[in-house]
Write a protein that binds this ligand. Structure first.
Ligand code: GRF
Length: 198
């Protein structure tokens, strides 16, 4: 069975969507472990589904590279077919990316290459666009620069606050991420030979 490790930093609603999908015996992938860089509330979703968790906190290490090596050791101990960053709010060090990419994906709350970075929803609102969305992409050595696997648009409404818009994006994001994982697990989309976003 195609196996996944999910990495999170926050509330974990995307993780929860994956756990619920994977609880169906017909879903083509299983979540074998969930990792975090912090004591994330979303780890409770993994525990509720009986999925093992691990936490590797950067401040416990001399530098980012050493932290990344320890995170990699934990991830690789599960021999996953795919690693999914679902609201994991750290930039992954080069050795981590080199060891796992292209079998390392991220979900991002904007239509990349528009609005990369940690404030994608705020930046889209500030830019006054009428449409933003979600991108599931392969993680490469850049920040939100890797090859796009799937995208879906979400309209921006005139009264939207950052919170409102992000909540609407996340509804779409959860289903797009589940779809992307299923498509990768069944080889309907491949993480090999994808072209990098310019
Ligand atoms: C998602 O929108 C993700 O793309 C962004 O942070 C949010 C995490 O949401 N980077 P959750 O923790 O999965 O609820």
């Amino acid at each position: 069975m195609f196996s996944i490790v999910v990495l999170i930093s926050g509330g974990g609603s995307n993780l929860r969507a994956l756990l619920e999908a994977a609880a169906d015996a017909d879903f083509p992938a299983r979540i074998v472990a969930v990792g975090s860089d912090t004591d994330a509330p979303g780890l409770e979703h993994a525990e509720a589904f009986g999925v093992p968790t691990f936490t590797v906190v950067p401040t416990a290490f001399a530098d980012r590279a050493t932290w990344g090596d320890e995170l990699l050791t934990h991830v690789q101990s599960w021999s996953p077919d795919l690693v999914v960053c679902a609201g994991f709010m750290r930039i992954l060090p080069p050795r981590f990316v080199a060891a796992l990419s292209p079998n390392l994906i991220n979900t991002h709350p904007a239509l990349l290459p528009a609005f990369p970075g940690a404030h994608a929803v705020r930046d889209a609102l500030a830019a006054g666009v009428s449409e933003t969305g979600v991108t599931v992409h392969i993680i490469d050595e850049g920040v939100d620069t890797g090859p796009v696997l799937l995208q879906r648009a979400v309209p921006v409404l005139s009264a939207d606050t950052e919170h409102d818009l992000h909540e609407r994006i996340k509804i779409v994001e959860r289903s797009l991420l589940v779809e992307a994982v299923a498509d990768i697990a069944t080889a309907h989309i491949t993480t090999e030979q994808q072209e990098t976003v310019s």
